[in-house]
Design a protein around this ligand. Structure first.
Ligand SMILES: [Cu+2]
Length: 343
């Protein structure tokens, strides 16, 4: 049996090796999206050559909420107006030496976190400066014509205005809904939309974490995972928080290709509000499991200072980048927090 196996492996190697070297030296001709003709020995799956860099700071994104340009209607309704521009030609160094073609809303992955109060009127001026059709599909309640599915916005400056009332209360994703959907999502066209209750929530140190994956070799399997796009970022740049202070995380899972993701917190448990639609928590746990676009609000307080991990307890994901650290400072002596909250 062993002899037969050795002979088979040996024959396979003889047959395989010449074909392999031949394939490596064979030049293939490709026409890129911009019309350029190139010759290459490599596999070219998505030949985009308009290289521009993307500036993205996960620490800035974490606590950055966009309230829009605010005005009032005659009846007192608050109007929040935003401009969101889609592009699909940017390249970002997502990990040292790994360059990835990101498709962006307002130049980043994820796009800006849009925040409103229930009942506000949202006006989103969408401009598609990409080379493909794109849209914005908001999760939430709105008229059919504002759903970002059937009204694909043409490339090269196409425009559409999404207008709807903010609701329901909670945390919702928004993302492009042009087919093939997995391609438009995995490249980065998504962001977070928070709707606050009219009565507000208890003051807290608030942050947004989008759980995402990066398929950098286009084989429909993720090579990296992250909270807020850059693998291992919050492990190398721990998030500083205070002990005895309420922490609120708006968490949204946007991982494509894998059926589940999850969020495990060390040294603590959190109150969890699925979708954030209810003001009473459903669970008190240290572990939630999320499918794609599943999201919620986590609230917790650390009693003890120190360094605490948070990560996917799908261990493969944490070992490929979805891991971070909370650095809890001892503020038990001080009465007031020095964190400034959003308005
Ligand atoms: Cu798209």
């Amino acid at each position: 049996m062993i002899l037969l196996l050795s002979v088979t492996i040996g024959l396979s190697a003889i047959v395989f090796l010449p074909n392999f070297s031949e394939a490596q030296s064979e030049l293939k001709t490709f026409v890129t999206h911009s019309g350029k003709v190139i010759r290459t020995t490599g596999e070219v799956i998505d030949p985009l050559y308009t290289v521009s860099t993307v500036e993205f700071d996960p620490m800035e994104y974490l606590r950055e909420f966009h309230y829009g340009e605010v005005s009032k209607l005659a009846d007192g309704t608050t109007v929040r107006e935003y401009t969101i521009i889609a592009e699909d030609d940017k390249v970002m160094e997502v990990s040292p030496g790994v360059f990835y073609n990101v498709w962006t809303y307002n130049g980043t992955v994820p796009g800006p976190t849009i925040r409103a109060t229930e009942g506000d009127l949202l006006k989103i001026n969408f401009i598609n400066n990409g080379s493909k059709e794109h849209t914005i599909h908001f999760h939430g309640i709105h008229p059919a014509g504002m759903d970002g599915v059937f009204e694909a916005v043409g490339p090269g400056g196409g425009k559409f205005v999404y207008e709807f009332e903010a609701g329901p209360v909670g945390v919702h994703p928004y993302h492009c809904h042009v087919m093939p959907l997995e391609e438009h999502i995995v490249h980065g066209l998504y962001g977070v939309f928070i709707v606050d209750p009219k009565e507000g929530r208890e003051p807290a140190d608030e942050m947004v974490m989008v759980l995402n994956g990066l398929d950098t070799d286009f084989d429909t399997e993720n090579n990296f995972y992250a909270a807020n796009t850059i693998p291992f970022y919050y492990q190398h740049h721990p998030i500083q928080i205070n002990s005895n202070e309420l922490i609120r995380i708006y968490v949204v899972n946007m991982v494509e290709f894998d059926p589940i993701n999850n969020f495990h917190l060390h040294g603590n448990l959190y109150n969890y509000y699925p979708t954030g639609t209810d003001l009473v928590p459903s669970f008190y746990t240290d572990m939630i499991t999320l499918s794609q676009t599943e999201r919620g609000i986590m609230e917790f307080v650390y009693d003890y200072p120190g360094k605490y991990l948070f990560h996917a307890h799908k261990v493969e994901f944490s070992e490929k980048g979805w891991v971070g650290i909370f650095l809890v400072d001892d503020n038990s002596e001080s009465d007031e927090s020095d964190v400034e909250y959003g308005s």
